[in-house]
Design a protein around this ligand. Structure first.
Ligand code: NAP
Ligand code: 3JN
Length: 340
């Protein structure tokens, strides 16, 4: 039998996420027959490296998807809204990293460790959505608890790395930090306030209910992925001066009684999770350990003594890898193995 190979396009190939998608395809040996890196007209003339070759970046156009089997999109919601239907019309399956299609009832929203079977729904629109990075790492840790103890309520606060905002924000934190330590004037362009040596309780735009869009994404996406709108979810999302790796303080209340030790042993067996929890040895999850790998690290698992059945935990993952690129490539692997 001939092994299957695929024509793959990456839309946003020059960005923080697109770059990592290409690295993931290579690392995980996804059977790529030909890779098509797409970006804006500004990037024409640039090349990207893939499997030892330099490939020219091409301008994204409506007809870019002829003969493409799978397209990984990460160029923002506007681009996904406009171009994903063109790609799907050509018979290409779109795996979209933006929020454009996530809440469309005809588009599956998939975290492979949690709801892999939802991928089957891709046939309705030819699009599969990748959740927001903060949602992905949270549901990887929550789902095993939900399956065993039925979650009633989740209160989460995030500590999100600047790489979540893209390449310009990575440069902004670097430049501001350098300026500060040399007592120079600090320039700001990406964030409304200085991010170096600061924390901003502001991710994405503010909505009428006083929450940010990032906070409400965590609420709605968690309901859709866990297929349970009855779970109470409330979030505060905060940008912190870290380059890679989002951290989350997650408080979980369940219907059934659970001891922290039960939660720990369930999470030790859960797909995609690594428990790092030995306070006596100062061992707990940190962004410097999560960055550059694909597991969701969980630690500081302890009883919430203020409620009947509750735990607190600390959840950390690489936002660009598991939070975006790796999750998308894992979805492509399910598609390849089971549907294409
Ligand atoms: P980034 O580093 O700023 O990169 C943006 C990418 O989009 C670049 O490749 C850019 O190409 C491309 N692009 C911009 N305008 C375009 C256009 N008109 N036509 C074609 N390509 C265009 O941003 P990023 O961090 O990679 O994020 C990109 C998007 O991914 C975000 O907007 C978001 O929707 C999604 N994302 C999702 C998650 C998640 O939580 N799952 C996390 C981060 C990002 P040029 O270099 O040519 O400008
Ligand atoms: O800020 C972060 O840490 C994650 C950012 C995600 C993001 C950034 C710009 C636009 C998104 C997203 O994935 O929700 C979007 C978007 O597509 O709405």
């Amino acid at each position: 039998m001939t092994a299957k190979t695929f024509h793959v396009a990456v839309v946003g190939a020059t960005g923080a996420v697109g770059d990592q998608m290409i690295r993931c395809l290579e690392e995980r040996q996804f059977p790529v027959k030909a890779l098509k890196p797409l970006a804006s007209r500004r990037s024409v003339g640039r090349t990207i490296r893939f499997k030892g070759e330099s490939l020219p970046v091409q301008e994204l156009k409506e007809d870019s998807f002829k003969d493409v089997d799978i397209a990984l999109f990460s160029a923002g919601g506007g681009i996904s809204t406009r171009f994903a239907p063109h790609a799907a019309r050509e018979g290409c399956v779109v795996i979209d990293n933006s929020s454009a299609w996530r809440m469309d009832p005809e588009v599956p929203l998939v975290v492979p460790e949690v709801n892999p079977r939802a991928v089957a729904g891709y046939t309705r629109k030819g699009i599969i959505a990748n959740p927001n990075c903060s949602t992905i790492q949270m549901v990887v840790a929550l789902n095993p608890i939900h399956q065993r103890f039925k979650i009633k309520r989740v209160v989460v606060t995030t500590y999100q790395a600047v790489s979540g905002t893209g390449k310009k924000a990575i440069h902004e934190l670097f430049d501001q930090t350098r300026a500060m330590i040399h007592f120079l004037d600090v320039q700001k362009e990406v964030y409304p306030h200085r991010i170096a040596f600061n924390c901003l309780p502001h991710i994405d735009v503010f909505l009428e209910n006083g929450y940010t869009k990032e906070e409400m994404k965590m609420v709605h996406e968690t309901h859709k992925i866990l297929e349970d709108d009855t779970i109470g979810v409330t979030a505060t999302t905060v940008r912190v001066p870290v380059f890679f790796g989002h951290s989350e303080a997650v408080n979980v209340e369940t219907e059934e009684a659970m001891a922290p030790q039960d939660v720990k042993s369930i999470l030790e067996k859960a797909p995609g999770v690594k428990v790092v929890d030995d306070p006596s040895q100062n061992r707990y999850p940190m962004p410097i350990d999560a960055a550059g790998q694909d597991l969701t690290l969980v630690g500081r698992i302890r009883k919430d003594e203020s409620v009947e059945h509750g735990v607190n935990m600390w959840v950390v993952a690489d936002n660009i890898r598991k939070g975006a690129a790796t999750n998308a490539v894992q979805i492509a692997e399910i598609l390849m193995d089971e549907y294409l």
